[in-house]
Design a protein around this ligand. Sequence first.
Ligand code: GAR
Length: 217
Amino acid sequence: MAKARIAVLISGRGTNLQALIDACADPDFPGELALVISNRPNAKGLERAGDAGIQREIIDHKDFDNRQDFEAALNDALKTAKVDFVCLAGFMRVLTNEFASDWRGRLINIHPSLLPSFEGLHVHERMIEAGVKIAGCTVHFVSAEVDNGPIIGQAAVPVLPGDDAEKLAARILEQEHRLYPACLRLLIDGKARLTGGSVVYDESVKGAGALINPSLA
Ligand code: GAR
């Protein structure tokens, strides 16, 4: 069967992009990376795309007078590349309701918290401050609001004594790199689908056990 064509939108270092590049390198993965778009000309992730031989484009939001024109340029590039699914991976621009509805069910994002808790910026600092004992990351369909939309998958990690934002971010990031390709695969395979406002899973999709912190042992 033909592979699904994936675009990844980035703004920065692109480690999640790298996880998707690595996943797509597996011949069994049902998707291929057709396009990487960055809204920042100097994003490190562009080098990763170049190294992997993936078509890349810079669409700098600063070159546009308004959000609609910026998004029209994004849409043009995505349509020209015949993209089936769009993954936001550290893409730090808010997208409009129109863009989100155009790509409804085919546009996903990763965020470094267990949404709906801790949406927005400075997530790791805020989690440390709040004293949460379990943190994690979320892959979700994108809706009009920032870091919001039906959840496809989450990974949880403990917050350990002595953690600072940097240590916690590294622990979460490791799981982001596992979760994002896994959720994308579910989506491409049709094993997770957006139906109405929620995500419906194929019966082959398994749940997981409890993470308790501090440990009961
Ligand atoms: C990741 O931690 C991702 O979850 C976060 O930005 C980082 C990008 O890192 N995204 C958000 O905060 C979205 N609200 P990367 O460029 O190395 O993938």
